[in-house]
Ligand binder design. Sequence first.
Ligand code: ARG
Length: 462
Amino acid sequence: MSEDQTKPWAGRFTEPTDAFVEAFGASVGFDRRLYRHDIQGSIAHARMLAHVGVLSLDECDTIVDGLQGIQLDIERGEFAWLVELEDVHMNIEARLTERIGETGKKLHTGRSRNDQVATDLRLYLREEVDLIGEALSRLQLNLLALAEQEADTIMPGFTHLQTAQPITFGHHMLAWVQMLRRDQARLHDCRQRINVMPLGAAALAGTSFPIDREFTARELGFDRPAENSLDAVSDRDFVIEFVACAATLMMHLSRFSEELVMWSSAQFDFIELGDSFCTGSSIMPQKKNPDVPELVRGKSARVQGNLLTLLTLMKSQPLAYNKDNQEDKEPVFDTVDTVKGSLRVYADMVPHIAVNREQMRQAALKGYATATDLADYLVRKGIAFRDAHSVVGKAVRFGIEHGKDLAELELVDLQQFSAAIAADVFDVLTLEGSVAARDHLGGTAPRQVRAEIERLRKDLPA
Ligand code: ARG
């Protein structure tokens, strides 16, 4: 066999592939990661061919045995991946024929690498989406435990990063759980569109063999075969959708990271991250850097970049399959690795967040966090909200001038702004009074935080 004839498609060629073009075009360096799914797809295809009588049962058994043997070889590290065989598909197919002889050459009947690669990618992504879903559950459970532990802990809530109103730390953690829960739901929804089978589309038009696509779909656990062969081989919107879900999830983790970085600074000092999740400085002996949240914040950029890569990759492609699509693998793999790594490190880190309750309380006491409570108090005494707002604004200005928080002012001082203010005003000016008063679905009251935890726990697999 001359060198170029090692390639299954070499028949119509008279010259070998340029050596650099061969290396430039090869995807086996990265798509070998799909080997299990490629073999799984091939086994189902062979069984279907036997089921409809295109292959004999013996031929099918030989092929299946051969493929299973190849999988073992790969897993033992005893498989030599060849660049001249381009990709994972041709490497495995060529080895099959080496192993089992002529029968191996029949596997590709009624199939193309175009429907094969689309199938592999869908099988791969379906599995990864499930694993990411489990990782999301684990992180949510750890956040729920922290929220429960800190259901009564008071901190300042911010808008514009300025002190706004007192909230509970548990409530703040549950906000993150809600975001992660939506991320999980988005992925779950995306999975439905992933779980559709391209096999049978062959190169682009279908095949002249009497295939049974329902059979193959069942074998592979797909919900159904794709309904249009052109679409089946060229569609990568399932990949884009997955990476869009992943980019949103990473955006959430990035925002979370930003808060953890701020809160662990000496200036905020709201939390301390476990030593095992931080690093030191080679020059400043006092430093303890929040590397994990910083890295996750940084890694969100990669996934955003991957989303843009994939959208741009697809935007001008004519139907049906184009080699451009080979460029979809690395951004998807990178996204999967980044998301799984980030979720894992976050789930591991959350139980090692030490909460500095006293410092958060002191911070909540600054910045007139209960000003809205005073306005609401005046409304209950019959004053219109807009007027109450203005009265409290004047009281805050008085406080600022005298270096005192509202709760630290004397009753007579407060009364100069409104005769409606009585001694009971101090009940609403306390932090505990303020949070406990927001006692409705979605409010920050500890009672509501506990109820929300119960609801969220029920929805998560144990
Ligand atoms: N390595 C290719 C890819 O990742 C497989 C499909 C190749 N198809 C083809 N007609 N050259 O997309």
